[in-house]
Design a protein. Structure first.
Length: 400
C-alpha cells in the first residue's frame, strides 16, 4: 500500500470516527489560480457584490509550491475552478500549473466557461486526461447571449472540437461535460441542450439549481416552479437515453397532494443538516489568495498558506470546531442547510427548499441575518461612496 492509499484509509477511518484532530491529509481538493473572469453573466453572484470583472492577484508560486509538496501527493480528485468566480484559463501561470498537476496520479477536472478554449489548449488538456466541465446556461443563441453576452455559435464549435479531439485520443481518460445551472428563464431549454450534447459527442450533462442571492432572483428559483422542473427533468432524462448522453440532475421536487389536510410540513422543509457532511475531513478548497476553506461553498477562511503551513491550518482551532459542529444538531452558518451536503457538485443532488433558498430564506418575510447583511451590502454598492468604501475594505482584506 503506497502513501496515497495509506492516507486515504486513515482519512476514511478518521471521518468514520468523526475525529477533530487528523493525522491524515485531504483526499480531494478545489484549487483556484485566479479570481478574474472574462464574462459578467446574468446569474453570477458577482452581480450581488457589484464586482463585475474582478481584478486581483493570481496564485503565487510560493502558495502553489506548498500545495504541490504537501497536498497533491495525497489527492484522488482535484478540481481547478468552481470554488471561486474566476475563469482559470486567465491565470498567467496556467500552463506551468497545469503541467505540474499532470505529473500526479489523480482525477483532474477544469471548470471553465469555454470561451478561452482553443484547439491547442483543448488538445493539451485532453491529452493530459482532464475532465472538462464547461458551463452553459442555454441551448439557443438568444438565451445564451442573454445570459452570458457571448456568441453561441463559437461556443458550440469549440465544444464540438473538444469532443473530436477526445475521440481521436484512444488512451485518454478525458471527458467532456456540460454544466447547466437551471432556473426559470432557461429550464425549458434543457431537453434541447441534451440533444445538442448528443450531436456533439458530449459525455454528460450535469444540472444544478440556481441558488438565489438576491430577492430579485427569488422567482427564478425552480422551488417556485416545481411541476415545470419535474416535467422537464423527466423529458431530459428520456432524451438523454435516446441520445446516448449521461445526465445528472437533482431529484424531482416533492409536491403535496391537493387534498393533503394533515397539517404536516412537506419533507422539503426539513433541515438538511441531518445529511452528514464529510468535507471538513476529506476536502480542501484553496483560492488564488492562498485562503484555505473546507469546500467550495463554505466562506469562512480557515487559514492562509502565505503565512501558515497546511499542517498548521488543517488542525487549527477553526477546523477542529467545524469538525465538532458540522454534523451536530447545531451546525454553524451555511452548514445548516448547505446544498453540498452529501454531494460533490453544488446542488446536483439537492431538491430541498431550505437549501436552495439558503441565502434569501424560504418565506417572503426575511428573518435571516445573513440575508439582511447581503441586502444592505447590495444597496450600499449602488451608491458611489459605498463602492469606494467597500472597494477599500476588500483591498485591505486581500492584503491581510
Amino acid at each position: 500500500m503506497n502513501s496515497r492509499e495509506q492516507n486515504r484509509a486513515l482519512n476514511s477511518a478518521e471521518y468514520s470516527s468523526q475525529a477533530t484532530v487528523l493525522r491524515s491529509m485531504p483526499v480531494r481538493a478545489w484549487l483556484a489560480f485566479t479570481g478574474r473572469c472574462n464574462l459578467n453573466c446574468a446569474h453570477c453572484p458577482r452581480r450581488s457584490y457589484a464586482e463585475g470583472i474582478q481584478v486581483g492577484p493570481d496564485m503565487s508560486e510560493k502558495v502553489f509550491e506548498k500545495v504541490m509538496e504537501k497536498i497533491l501527493p495525497f489527492l484522488y480528485d482535484c478540481k481547478v475552478g468552481g470554488n471561486n468566480l474566476g475563469e482559470q484559463l486567465l491565470a498567467k501561470e496556467w500552463n506551468g500549473f497545469r503541467q505540474k498537476l499532470e505529473e500526479n496520479e489523480f482525477t483532474r477536472c477544469l471548470v471553465t466557461n469555454g470561451v478561452l478554449l482553443t484547439s491547442e489548449r483543448a488538445e493539451k488538456l485532453i491529452k493530459g486526461g482532464w475532465i472538462l466541465d464547461i458551463s452553459v446556461e442555454g441551448a439557443t443563441a438568444e438565451t445564451y447571449k442573454k445570459i452570458r453576452n457571448v456568441e453561441f455559435g463559437r461556443f458550440i464549435d469549440m465544444v464540438t472540437e473538444c469532443c473530436r479531439i477526445k475521440n481521436s485520443e484512444v488512451k485518454t481518460e478525458s471527458r467532456i461535460r456540460l454544466c447547466f445551472t437551471a432556473f426559470y428563464d432557461n429550464i425549458e431549454e434543457l431537453p434541447l441542450l441534451v440533444k445538442l450534447a448528443g450531436e456533439m459527442g458530449v459525455d454528460e450533462v450535469m444540472v444544478t439549481h440556481l441558488i438565489p442571492l438576491r430577492e430579485s432572483q427569488r422567482n427564478q428559483s425552480l422551488v417556485y416552479h416545481k411541476g415545470l422542473y419535474n416535467k422537464i427533468r423527466a423529458d431530459s432524462i428520456a432524451h438523454a437515453e435516446s441520445c446516448g448522453v449521461a445526465i445528472t440532475a437533482p431529484e424531482p421536487f416533492f409536491i403535496n397532494k391537493i387534498d393533503d389536510s394533515n397539517g404536516q410540513h412537506s419533507p422539503v422543509y426539513e433541515r438538511t443538516s441531518v445529511v452528514k457532511c464529510s468535507h471538513p475531513w476529506t476536502s480542501v478548497s484553496i483560492d488564488e489568495k492562498g485562503d484555505v476553506m473546507p469546500c467550495c461553498l463554505y466562506d469562512e477562511v480557515m487559514g492562509n498558506l502565505n503565512v501558515s503551513s497546511i499542517e498548521e491550518i488543517w488542525n487549527n482551532p477553526r477546523y477542529r470546531k467545524l469538525r465538532k459542529t458540522v454534523n451536530s444538531p447545531s451546525p454553524r452558518g451555511k452548514c445548516i442547510n448547505c446544498p453540498l451536503r452529501g454531494g460533490e457538485f453544488t446542488s446536483d443532488q439537492c431538491a430541498h427548499e431550505a437549501s436552495l433558498l439558503n441565502m434569501i430564506g424560504i418565506g417572503t418575510a426575511m428573518s435571516s441575518g445573513r440575508y439582511w447583511r447581503m441586502k444592505t451590502l447590495e444597496l450600499v454598492n449602488q451608491t458611489a461612496i459605498g463602492k469606494v468604501l467597500i472597494g477599500k475594505a476588500r483591498s485591505a482584506f486581500n492584503k491581510r
